[in-house]
Structures are given as structure tokens and as C-alpha cells.
Design a protein around this ligand. Sequence first.
Ligand SMILES: [Zn+2]
Length: 324
Amino acid sequence: MHSTCHGSPIMADDHRSLEPSQRVGFSGNRIDRQSETRPADALVKAKASADATYILFTEDRALVDTGRIPNTVRFPPDRAAELGLIDDTAVLLGNQADRPILAGTSARTPEELPDTIKAVDLRSLALGGNIAADELGAVAQGRSLLLWHETHRFCANCGQPTDMSIGGLRRDCPACGRFHFPRTDPVVIMLAIDGDRCLLGRSHRFQPGMYSCLAGFMEPGETIEDAVRRETAEESGIQIGCVRYHASQPWPFPSSLMIGCHGEALSFDIAMDVDELEDCRWFSRNAVHQLLSHTHPGNLICPPKFAIAHELIRAFADGEVGFV
Ligand SMILES: [Zn+2]
């Protein structure tokens, strides 16, 4: 698969379609953010455009028009207003097919919405597969950005109120002049491999029978590879040698980037962190196939297809990765 990335006249979008990251939820965003080129009045112009479309949120959920096939999260300006758009929450995500795409918060509660409009949490939206992949990516961008504005209304430097600028790309402090940019928090998620088996754990908060990859936040001054080795050792006691990046996933809960890797196990005796994990064990490749196909004799399962953990596990099960 990767060899096709070299030496042939492949267009940018074709490259993207070959990437494992495109197999996970929230990854299909096709919006041109115009981060460096948008003018200061871009948001005002976008709001005035009849071609604009809005992605709306209420109570951490996206509004979905289930009256259209396929379902959509995009609403024209007049419909967004009917659905309770709070105008000063609106941010400009960018352009797609020459149409401005905005995100905003609705004043309606889920119960106050019309019958065909459902407020759907983002995990269910990704799991359901009822909207286009590029819309799911735009939802992730919108949710993360709106939440950042909601929770960063005051300057971290001097404590004074800040103003949204550049259509939501930044917040500016009029008191001290400091600029503030939306944050993305990197998380490493990894699958340790020992030949024909891999290491999976279950957290106390998982649904019954669910086993997944280990994961944790990166720390300041750390490489991705060092974070994979540190987190795996902390949670399972397993030492990791070589680390290989596989895929990434925007994770809008609220604004993480999941960085998915495979790691070569150098030790094999599990010493689990009981505060983090309820169980941790090695699974054979055959057992992993059973987890993926929901045929495990113990009714054990792994995360669904939209999750990057599924992609890391699937790639191992299908023999696409390994360490020799
Ligand atoms: Zn300030």
C-alpha cells in the first residue's frame, strides 16, 4: 500500500484515500480552512452569504436533519435561524465547494427541536454511519472549536475578557494584546505486538467484554515514541522497543488528536496498573479476529470500526504490521 506513495503521479486526494487515517471516524474533513488567507471580515461576509451552511450543536450534540436522505448536519442560514442559532456563537470553519461552512450553538434543547431534527452525540453519529464522512470530519472541527471559544473567554495572561477574531481562528486580548489559539491535545494510542499476539486492556469504565488498545496523553518535552513506551510501561509493565506510527484521528472530546502506533514488545510479563485497568492480557491473532467479528467464545469484543483502536487492531490481525 505504502509503495504506491512513491514515484507515481498521484494527486493529493488520491494520497489521502490511501492513508489508514481515512478509515477512522472524524477524519474525512474536506473544508478549506483558509487559515492564512481569510480576511478580517470573513465571518461577516460568510454570515451574509445565501450559500452558507451551518453545523449546529446543542448540549454537546450535533443537530441532524433525519428528514433528508442521506441524513445531513448542514443547514442553510434561514433553517439555522429557525433552529435557534445563537448568532454570536458562530465561527467560520472555512469553505467547501465555494460555500462558507459555519458552526454555531442552538438555543433549543433537544426536546424543543422539530420531529425530523435529532440532537445526536458525536460517538453515536460516528457509529451510526448515517451522514457522509466529510460531514463527520466537519462536525469534529466545529465541536472542538465552539467548545474552545466557550471555555476560553478570558485571557490566560492577564485575566481580562477576550474577543473572537479571524472568524474564530483566534481570540485576542484587548487589554494586554496577547493572541490565543485553539488547542489540540495529543494522545498516544498503541498496540504492543509480540509476534503473533498483541496486548489489549480494559478500563473500569468500558462496557462489559470490551478490550482495547492502551492510551494516554503525551507530556511536555516528549516524542511520540517515548510517550508510547512510557504509557505502555506505566499501564501494563510491558517494555516497548521499536515504535511505528500507523494512523491518526481527530477526537472531539473535546479536542484531542489520537496518534495511533504499533510497538514491539521487549518484555512479556504483565504488571497492570489497577487504578487504570481492570484487566490486561495477550490475545492471539486468532482471538483478535474473533474480537473483530464478534465471534469470541467469551463474548469479548473490541471497539467499533470508527475508532482508531479498531484500525490498529485490524491492521495487526490482517498481518499488515509486525516486527521481525
Ligand atoms: Zn490579556
